[in-house]
Write a protein that binds this ligand. Structure first.
Ligand SMILES: [Zn+2]
Ligand SMILES: [Zn+2]
Length: 275
């Protein structure tokens, strides 16, 4: 086997494993959050809208989109493990792990914000349209993204480590965190409304990205509201909505039978367009 063939075989094995783990993680995390959602119907964010009809389509698109995310992550991990980076990989110790992880989050958040703004321009929106078909997002919609859109937003893993050589463990931990965070962000249910999720704190809760899906032109950021607030794209009533949710919230039920979906909208009359 030539050197090149061996390297390609190594990469293919890594890619296969990364894709399989990401798909398993997708079903595991989505299934777990869906289980909680079914027991907490009063925590639904968009009371009068349901996205359930799109679930099969969302899963189908997710399996394709994860193939692109897995490729990006594999390229990053492979490049770092082979030393194909501009600088030597930063050492991972108990002291550097947390600062490196936070740095990765801050960089990814900026990458995502500006990539996402680009996808909302006339020229690029055609690539992002698929994700916005989920007006009432479900847990299954977090990865329901077009392939070019995914390459732009998740290309971070393939590009950034070559310039800033994060240890592979940090990239993997960040991907796991981003997946869980993204699934909660698309769950359609709010469990994280708190003082720290609104101004003057930079953090946010599920309502933030849910508003991006329902109202389209606000809240482009992923982890922090900083870029949206600085550049005037934060939703004008988000902070007040979160504050209202903090008052007397229903207890979160994790077990027991699913609760009835009381606020379910009335069935549409024949011929009324679907959402
Ligand atoms: Zn968008
Ligand atoms: Zn989304």
């Amino acid at each position: 086997m030539t050197m090149l063939a061996w390297t390609l075989a190594e990469f293919a094995a890594l890619y296969g494993a990364v894709y399989a783990v990401n798909v398993a993680g997708y079903f595991l995390v989505c299934g777990a959050i869906d289980h909680v959602n079914r027991r907490n119907p009063e925590r639904r964010i968009q009371k009068n809208r349901r996205g359930d009809k799109r679930i099969r389509e969302e899963i189908r698109h997710s399996l394709k989109s994860i193939a692109v995310t897995a490729a990006s992550l594999s390229i990053g991990i492979f490049a770092v493990s082979k030393g194909w980076t501009l600088f030597q990989v930063w050492p991972l110790t108990w002291w550097t792990a947390v600062p490196l992880f936070v740095l990765c989050m801050v960089l990814f958040d900026a990458w995502f914000y500006f990539g996402h703004r680009l996808l909302h321009t006339k020229l690029f929106y055609k690539y992002h349209l698929l994700h916005h078909r989920s007006v009432a997002p479900t847990v299954w919609s977090s990865d329901s993204i077009g392939l070019v859109d995914t390459a732009i937003c998740q290309g971070f893993y393939a590009v950034v480590p070559i310039i800033l050589p994060f240890p592979p463990q940090i990239l993997i931990a960040h991907r796991v965190f981003d997946h869980v965070n993204g699934t909660f962000g698309h769950a359609g249910f709010e469990y994280f409304a708190s003082k720290t999720a609104r101004y003057p704190w930079p953090l946010l809760c599920a309502t933030y990205h849910d508003l991006h899906h329902s109202e389209f032109k606000y809240n482009f950021a992923n982890y922090f509201s900083v870029w949206d607030r600085l550049l005037g794209t934060a939703h004008p009533t988000y902070d007040r909505m979160v504050e209202a949710m903090e008052v007397d919230p229903a207890p979160i039920r994790l077990a027991g039978p699913p609760a009835p979906d009381l606020g379910r909208p009335a069935p549409r009359a024949a011929g009324t367009p679907a959402e």
